[in-house]
Design a protein around this ligand. Structure first.
Ligand code: XMP
Length: 508
């Protein structure tokens, strides 16, 4: 399989670059610049290398550099932003700071007709975000693009197939960004575009079959996208040697436990152990109001239940985990601040003695995982569904958790989701929260004193920041009417209109 190396110099767009490359049908892997040397790059037979951007200035003492010999190993290189400046610096050019006139945002760029810019008009819009610029082009390179404030917006050494662009071709604001990447991959690196989901499934199944022959494999199924796809993929490889354990902690959404059970048992014939542990979790959570304590209790209890179950299954050789590529990249950076602070329940139980772990999805992005799921025949509603936190409704019931509250919230949440889906409105995440507030209402001739439910819907790409979704009033109105009519004990509905920051997506 053809591979492109995305050599990461600390930019914020490394994942996006890899994703764009894969969208074009070429496999891309991200590696931090200090985790791979030239010998390894040669050994891995990359078709091309992309240097990412980064926040530094090449003359900073601490700025990331690479062995200039990389320019001579015969693999085409495309440098982006900082990567472009670094290439210029390594090849003997000069970089200057534009001081306080940094170029930021959509900018008109003039280009020359070179292969990197095939099928792109002479003038177009690109996305710029830089303060430094290449002030002296290195010997052997030619200037192939410019903007008003950036004399060298792109450069090329056609003999060695080394290119640099100051703008960001990976972001959609760059009109012909995708064409630039396409030209680099296909025209310059000579890729043929052999990265396909079907091949991925076939290869992964074959590899796992060989590796896990005769081994017993265990999967902690949460019903979320990643663990579901991992389980079905693994089932293709090892069949009945796979056992899935699904711990129902009693804080799932309406019908979720039954749905998961039905799909995996009936549709896929997968051996599934469902552990109904509602009482156990609720009694541990009794009287607990602190959100982090709730999370900790659920996480710990989950591992305990999972361990007990797996022990009762006899000797297990391998554990399947639904780790996906962004998780791998985040942990690989070794920067604690970037590692996800939220871990799904189902974290690795360290006490059980496994021979190893299998992570069949560790090379895939979320949208690729979804594509694999659909190809494997998982239902669309499961594969495309919104994220759901591991601790489930526990972090959506403010204050103490009781079964009655969980049941009430489940109903309200199901109605809200149903009304949105019926109206064809699909925010990135949408759910109901049972606030810890009761208020006075009136129903018929009687006064009521019921729960207040908050509806929450956000639009976001990465969940790091999020905007509250402008849901049409009619949809909110229908949800409000139905919830107050159909769910006893709820007499007031509010809609959360805070973005993240300052709020978070979840209320706890
Ligand atoms: P916040 O509330 O931090 O949520 O803005 C961002 C995303 O993370 C999810 N989330 C969790 N997921 N365990 C999880 O598995 C958790 O404890 C947890 N807390 C928040 C949240 O649903 C949103 O998608």
């Amino acid at each position: 399989m053809e591979k492109i190396l995305v050599l990461d110099f600390g930019g914020q767009y490394d994942l996006l670059i890899a994703r764009r490359v894969r969208e074009l049908g070429v496999f891309a892997e991200i590696t931090p610049y200090n985790k791979i040397d030239i010998e390894e790059i040669k050994a891995r037979k990359y078709k091309g290398i992309i240097f990412t951007g980064g926040p530094n200035s090449v003359y900073d003492e601490k700025s990331p550099h690479y062995d200039p010999e990389i320019l001579n190993i015969g693999i085409p290189i495309l440098g982006i932003c900082y990567g472009h400046q670094l290439l210029a610096y390594m090849a003997g050019g000069e970089i200057k700071s534009a001081g306080n006139i940094s170029e930021y945002g959509k900018t008109e760029v003039n280009i020359k007709p070179v292969s990197l810019f095939d099928s792109i008009p002479g003038k177009s819009i690109c996305w710029m975000s830089h303060t430094d610029y290449v002030s002296k082009i290195p010997v052997g390179f030619e200037n192939i693009a410019s903007t008003v404030n950036c004399p060298c917006a792109a450069m090329a050494d056609r003999r060695r197939n080394i290119y640099g662009v100051q703008f960001h071709p990976e972001v959609t604001h760059t009109e012909y960004g995708k064409t630039v990447l396409h030209n680099f991959l296909f025209g310059i690196c000579g890729c043929s575009g052999d990265w396909k989901m079907d091949d991925f499934i076939e290869k992964t199944v074959a590899d796992c079959k060989a590796k896990l022959k005769g081994k017993k494999v265990l999967c902690a199924l949460s019903g979320g996208v990643d663990s579901s796809v991992a389980a079905v993929l693994m089932h293709r490889a090892v069949g009945d040697n796979l056992v899935c354990v699904f711990v129902d902690h009693g804080l799932l959404r309406k019908n979720e436990g039954d749905d998961v059970e039905h799909i995996f048992r009936e549709k896929f014939n997968i051996k599934l152990v469902r552990v109904n542990a509602e009482n156990r979790f609720l009694s541990k959570l009794s009287g607990i109001t602190d959100p982090e304590k709730k999370r900790r209790i659920i996480g710990e209890e989950f591992i305990r239940v999972f361990e007990e179950e797996s022990r009762s299954l006899g000797k297990i050789d391998y554990l399947v985990q639904g780790t996906i590529y962004p998780d791998v990249v985040e942990s690989g950076k070794g920067d604690a601040s970037t590692i996800k602070s939220h871990h799904n329940v189902g974290g690795l139980p360290s006490v059980i003695d496994f021979e190893g772990i299998v992570e069949p999805l560790r090379e895939l992005f979320k949208d690729e995982v979804r594509a694999v799921g659909l190809k494997l025949g998982l239902p669309e509603y499961l594969v495309m569904r919104q994220p759901f936190p591991g601790p489930g409704l526990a972090v959506r019931i403010i204050g103490e958790i009781t079964k009655e509250k969980a049941d009430t919230l489940r109903e309200a949440d199901a109605i809200f989701r149903e009304e949105l889906e019926k109206a064809g409105v699909f925010p990135s995440q949408y759910f109901a929260v049972l606030t810890n507030t009761q208020s006075v209402g009136v129903m018929g001739d009687a006064r009521t004193y019921g729960h207040t439910v908050a509806l929450r819907a956000v639009t976001t790409d990465d969940f790091m920041t999020a905007d509250w979704t402008r849901i049409p009033f009619e949809v909110l109105e229908a949800a409000s009417r139905r919830i107050t009519n159909e769910v006893k004990s709820i007499n007031r509905i509010v809609y959360d209109i805070t973005s993240k920051p300052p709020a978070t997506v979840e209320w706890e």
